[in-house]
Design a protein around this ligand. Sequence first.
Ligand code: FMN
Length: 136
Amino acid sequence: MNAIRYFSKFGHSKQMAEAIEQIVGAKATTVAEPLGQPVEVLFLGAGLFLGKVNSAVTEFIGTLTPEMVQTVVLFGSSAIIDSPVPQMRKALEARGIKVCDKSFSCKGSMGPLHSGHPNAEDIEAFRTFAQSIIQR
Ligand SMILES: Cc1cc2nc3c(=O)[nH]c(=O)nc-3n(C[C@H](O)[C@H](O)[C@H](O)COP(=O)(O)O)c2cc1C
């Protein structure tokens, strides 16, 4: 069984998460929803705000254990900094949870900056990425 969780203030991570539902074979829900049962691959995504991922994401990570999750695959979008992924990776690895060496990041609009992102091309690239992970 796989799972998808996200935190999304402007709908960017939500849009990304929902785009991979069929590929991953799981419904995308927010980090407010506990895993409930052990999963093989957990896709976890978020954006960045004032340089940080929202505390709801770190709180969710705090509920995870290596027994509950075999591998986490991280994704996200941001406007200024390269990616929200390193922060999430650090928090997960601190809990002894295996994080996939591959992750997906793209631009996420902030007002006029990177307007329209994630766009159709970003979403398609994310789908291709998710497919490559699931086929491994
Ligand atoms: C108030 C605000 C603060 C932001 N702060 C940052 C930031 O510090 N670094 C960054 O790279 N992007 C920043 N962004 C851009 C967001 O990370 C980007 O819009 C992201 O796609 C949001 O994803 P979400 O809609 O899934 O929450 C900010 C956006 C807003 C509106």
